[in-house]
Every structure is written in C-alpha cells, then in structure tokens.
Design a protein around this ligand. Structure first.
Ligand code: TXA
Ligand code: MG
Length: 360
C-alpha cells in the first residue's frame, strides 16, 4: 500500500480527522491493521488523539504518554478516576531509562526474560514523567507489549503510549476490536483491529523497591515463571494496597451474577440453581455436563484457552441473559492464578442482594 500525502494515502486518511477533536463525526472507525492504518494511528496519536490498539493481553486505549491533554482524554473516555495511574507502553527496553529513575538489577532480569510480553514493571519514575500518568505517585508502570501491531505502532510513533484497557472503568476488558467499539463506541475515533488477543488477561504487574519484589496484579506471566527468574517467590501484594489503586475488589464485572465454586462442586451447584427456575450457565476448565444448563462452556482442559476466552465468556453470559454463571475455579497455578483473581473481582458485589439487581 502506498503511504503518500496525496488524495488517497495517509494524507487523505488524516484530513478526515480534525486536529482538535477525538471523534470522527461521533463514529468509531475500526480499521484492519496494515502499514497504512498503523501510520494513521501513529499520526493521530502524535496529534493528541486517543486510539484503540491491540496488545497480546487485552485491547488498550492509547494516548501519547508525554501529552497531558491526550492523557486527559483517556481518563474522560474511560470515565476513570484521575488518581488511577496508567501503564506506559514502550517499543524497546532500551528506552526504560527515559521513564524510570533507577533500574534495579531484578527489574533488568525480569525485562530480559519477559519483554516483549505480558509483564509490567513498577519502578521509581523519571522526573519527566507526567503526574497525570502516575496518578501523582513516585512510581511509574512500564511494559513492552509483544503484539506485532503494538510493536510496529510504537516504532512508528517513536515515544511511550499510556494505555489502560479499552473498557469503561470497572467493566470487563476488551479482547477484540469489536469489544472496544461496544464499550467505548463514539468516545474513541479509531480502533486498529489486530485480531483477538492471544493471552486474554492483563499483564502481570510487578513492583520493585530495593530488594523487595511484589506482584501487584497476577496476569499473563505466572508467579512460577517470575520465581524461576528471581530465584524466589515474589510477595503477593495485599488487596487494596495504595501501591495499586487499580486493584479494587469489584472490577472486571459483567452484569451476570457469578457463582464461583470448586470443579467438584460445580455440577451440584448448577443443578440446585436450575431447580429454582433460574437460567444458568456453566464455565469450567474441563467439560462438566449439567442437564438443564442454558450453556456449558469449557476450555478443553487448556489453561491458556481458559484465559484467552474468559472475558468473551463473561460478555456472552450477559448476551445470553443468564441469571447466574456457575464458574468452576481452575487450579491456583500458572495462568490459573490470574484467572482466579479476575473471577474473584468480577464476582464481588458488595451491594448485590438478588436477581432483580443484575442489570446495572
Ligand atoms: O495488559 C495490560 O496491562 C493492559 C494492556 C492494555 O497493556 N493494560 C491494563 O491497564 O490492564 P489498566 O489501566 O486497565 O490497568 C493498569 C493497572 C491499574 O490497576 C493501575 O492501578 C496499575 O496498573 N498501575 C499503574 N501504574 C501504577 C503504579 N505506578 N503503581 C502501582 N500500580 C500501578
Ligand atoms: Mg483495566
């Protein structure tokens, strides 16, 4: 494809977007990833627009991390509280020192082992990092995504991209370009479609302070893999610790009520709910047959498939109009740790008292 500045190339694409608006006639345009669409996305980002982008974990809502107005647009589109910090996505590990004041040896070891990939490092921020990105904290979260489209975009863009998951704050993260449109349609002008996300759950967030290593959010890199690199288990941070204000108990929530149980209990639990007249779905790692279930989804025993399809299943549960989705929790190991974490947050309903409240 020609990348010219004439009537048909990037120049024409670009002219359809005004320099000071995020919306293109209030419409969200989804474009297949190509050299041309990536150039368009980079040029919009350089002009301070926000763009939906694929990563290997979930889709992100990207903005120039060095432009406070662009970052403010991300918070507005997501309806996200402003003290809730963003992850900065980098095209190469070499640029880490532009963003972090100090890079402890353990951080270098983890970056060497897992970048590009689903690992975020929380490090002491470089003085030049915007407060809007860090939520005013002394630290900054950094990651180098593995998705080839994200990588190419970062190369063409040439700086850091602040990108939270491209969903309304507190809701299920998007794993397809279509999900981004459904969640943020109209609030983001362009979404680059890079296909469904491979990993399906967000990056693992690791904080490093001196010798102390803590996992603030389990994710696409397992605690076991991190321990293998560091030579010891990282501490799991306590829920709600200020270091990770994103770790709210109620997060990643679908409208459908989730009933979490062990795989041994799932069949009996689902049968009991079905007998009360409820429309019940079942989600499990390996197949569980329940007569009368509206849907029974399983991951064929593959944890990676469970992670990859998890958010899609939570969305489908809403689409199916289920009263309850009974979920057999996978083992707490490998990606199972992240899956259990997300399910626990999705199931947390402090004010929930019954069926009548399920559609929020
Ligand atoms: O896989 C991912 O990490 C995806 C993709 C798009 O890269 N991004 C993502 O971003 O999940 P978001 O904003 O939905 O979640 C980022 C989390 C939040 O919980 C936030 O509080 C935490 O990272 N975070 C960001 N900066 C931090 C910091 N300096 N210290 C502690 N936690 C931080
Ligand atoms: Mg998120």
């Amino acid at each position: 494809m020609t990348l010219d500045d004439g009537a048909t190339g990037i120049g024409a694409d670009r002219r359809r977007w005004s320099a000071d608006r995020d919306l293109c006639d209030g419409q969200t345009e989804v474009v297949d990833a190509s050299d041309r669409s990536i150039r368009l996305a980079a040029s919009l980002l350089q002009a301070g627009h926000i763009v939906g982008i694929p990563t290997e974990t979930v889709y992100g809502l990207a903005a120039d991390a060095a432009n406070p107005d662009a970052v403010a647009r991300v918070f507005a589109a997501k309806r996200r509280p402003s003290d809730h910090p963003l992850i900065v996505h980098l095209g190469e590990a070499a640029s880490l020192s532009n963003w972090a004041r100090r890079i402890p040896p353990q951080a270098s070891r983890l970056a060497d082992a897992f970048w590009p990939g689903p690992l975020t490092l929380v490090l002491d921020r470089h003085p030049s990092v915007l407060d809007a990105v860090t939520g005013g904290q002394d630290t900054v979260a950094l990651r180098m995504p593995a998705h080839p489209v994200a990588q190419q975009l970062l190369r063409v863009f040439g700086g850091g991209l602040a990108a939270p998951s491209a969903n309304i704050f507190g809701r299920v993260s998007p794993t397809t370009a279509h999900d981004v449109c459904a969640a943020l349609g109209g609030a983001v002008g362009l979404v680059v479609d890079g296909g469904p996300c491979e990993v399906g759950v967000e990056s693992t967030i690791v904080a490093l302070e001196g010798e102390e290593v803590a996992i603030l959010r389990p994710g696409g890199v397992s605690p076991e893999a991190i321990a293998a690199v560091l030579g010891r288990r990282a501490r799991a941070a306590t829920l709600g610790a200020m270091r990770a204000p994103g770790m709210l108990a109620s997060h990643y929530a679908p409208a459908t009520v989730l009933d979490l149980c062990s795989s041994d209990d799932a069949r009996a639990r689902a049968a009991e709910l079905i007998s009360t007249g409820m429309r019940v779905g079942v989600l499990s790692l390996a197949r569980i047959d329940v007569s009368g279930a509206a849907v029974a989804w399983d991951a064929g025993g593959e944890m990676a498939v469970f992670a990859r399809s998890l958010y899609q299943r939570l969305r489908q549960a809403d689409d199916e109009g289920l009263d309850v989705l009974v979920v057999a929790l996978p083992p707490d190991a490998g990606l199972g740790t992240a899956i259990r974490d997300r399910l626990r947050r999705a199931a947390h309903r402090p004010q929930m008292s019954g069926k009548g409240e399920r559609k929020r």
